[in-house]
Design a protein around this ligand. Structure first.
Ligand SMILES: Cc1cc2nc3c(=O)[nH]c(=O)nc-3n(C[C@H](O)[C@H](O)[C@H](O)COP(=O)(O)OP(=O)(O)OC[C@H]3O[C@@H](n4cnc5c(N)ncnc54)[C@H](O)[C@@H]3O)c2cc1C
Length: 411
């Protein structure tokens, strides 16, 4: 039976929209649909902001979405890492990174998720992606020559390829019978926007405290000219729940203990929210006519702020592989085509997941000999220009198997 779409993407978060847009832009004849239960705006509008590495920014530019979000994007000009106990009067700086690549390009920008999703969705609409919102995928069957996808409204549509971009608790992954490896240490990330007295000058701070990393990430000033930063503050899940559900006075007092003095007085702006943190890796990434992207394939602790960035790389690589297959006259739903995508992406995601988990565990140890060793290690890295340069290029996402659209080349 003829199918309505060449590719249907389930999940309109950043990664899902980027996947649909990247396919459509690379091959405008492809019939691409995007399905999400959240009306019109996509699902990622939750008051959070994300650090987007240089490779992600290049991808957004290539996809025609960057200019609409550029005003909401704050370049990260440098990054400072400290390692201390909560009540230490002074937090020694062990590692500093300059935030620009050769040519002055910032290695990352902080962008409000809402602005990013709105810009991506507008670009997807303009490119001709069919947006099915609010709608959800509730089931699917591989019929051999196509996948029959059941939607919440009761409709069934057929597609040559079904992409699951439905987040860390992916129900499509479960429906496909794909298991996961999951570890959790009972911790949550409190996410909160704050206003502070002094300008941040584009500097990001990561304080490694015994309960976990406390990151202060610079945002653009608001309409009233107030200086803003986004916090990702890791705590034991019960502590995090107590803090976000408790009274404003306790939250402010605990915030002040952790925030440091560099930016002057601080106050929360809007509501704090807590997200459970863990590492989830899918055991398989593809099946015939089916592929996982983004958090559906890999949800990693946000210690290095890379979760979304590796999802964007999935989107770019999958679009590249699918469009290359179509150019050769191959069916992109074939398992050997999809395995090329999985092979190119799996190692990167597992490596990033493992690195985040190791960093997270290493910095959670409060024993004096271990603290001394890791601080010596950080101090050494700080003095080794070449190694630091390599870290910055890694964080910018411009080393390894970089897809063409992230290198600014034609897809
Ligand atoms: C506290 C915290 C801070 C973070 N900070 C950063 C950072 O600074 N930088 C970074 O790179 N990453 C960061 N991350 C990680 C990042 O947020 C995620 O990797 C990213 O949001 C994943 O995007 P996604 O599109 O894969 O999934 P999601 O954003 O979870 O989107 C999934 C979408 O699928 C939709 N959906 C669900 N079920 C269905 C269905 N049945 N049918 C159709 N659609 C469906 C949902 O409505 C939703 O829109 C952070 C994560 C946390 C928890």
């Amino acid at each position: 039976m003829a199918h309505a779409f060449d590719c249907l993407v389930a999940g309109g978060g950043h990664v899902g929209i980027t996947t649909a847009l990247a396919m459509k832009r690379a091959d405008p004849r492809m019939r691409v649909a995007l399905v999400d239960p959240t009306p019109a705006t996509g699902g990622a509008v939750d008051g959070r902001a994300s650090a987007i590495a240089a490779a992600g920014r290049r991808l957004f530019e290539h996809l025609g979405a960057w200019s609409a979000m550029a005003e909401a994007a704050q370049p990260i000009r440098d990054m400072v890492i400290t390692d201390s106990r909560l009540d230490d009067a002074i937090r020694p700086v062990f590692l500093t990174f300059g935030g620009t690549l050769d040519g002055g390009e910032p290695f990352a920008h902080m962008i409000d998720n809402a602005a990013m999703v709105a810009a991506l969705l507008a670009a997807a609409r303009a490119a001709g992606v069919e947006i099915l919102m609010p709608e959800r995928v509730v089931g699917f069957t591989d019929e051999g020559s196509a996948v029959a996808v059941e939607l919440g409204s009761g409709r069934t549509v057929r597609t040559g390829l079904l992409v699951a971009a439905d987040g860390a608790r992916s129900c499509l992954r479960d429906l496909a019978g794909i298991g996961t490896v999951h570890t959790e240490r009972g911790r949550s990330g409190i996410v909160l926007t704050v206003v502070h007295e002094r300008p941040h000058e584009g500097r990001a701070w990561e304080h490694f405290l015994p309960a976990g990393p406390f990151a202060i990430l610079p945002l653009t000033d608001d309409a009233e000219g107030r200086h803003r930063s986004s916090l990702v503050w890791t705590e034991a899940s019960e502590t995090a729940a107590r803090l976000v559900e408790g009274d404003a006075f306790t939250l402010l007092a605990e915030l002040e203990r952790r925030f440091g003095r560099e930016l002057g007085t601080v106050a929360p702006l809007g509501r704090a929210r807590a997200f459970p943190l863990g590492l989830t890796l899918a055991r398989d990434w593809v099946k015939p006519r089916f592929a996982l992207v983004g958090d559906a394939a890999h949800a990693i602790p946000p210690v290095a702020g890379q979760g979304l960035n590796i999802g964007l790389r999935d989107a770019a690589v999958l679009a590249e592989v699918v469009v290359d297959a179509r150019r050769l006259g191959l069916d992109p739903g074939r398992i050997d085509v999809l395995e090329t995508y999985a092979r190119r992406r799996r190692f990167d995601a597992v490596e990033m997941g493992a690195t985040s988990e190791i960093l997270d565990r290493l910095f959670a140890i409060d024993l004096p000999p271990i603290r001394a060793l890791r601080d010596v290690g950080l101090g050494l890295v700080d003095r080794m220009g070449a190694l630091k340069n390599r870290f910055v290029r890694e964080a910018a996402g411009i080393v390894g198997d970089v897809p063409r659209s992230m290198r600014g080349e034609r897809p």
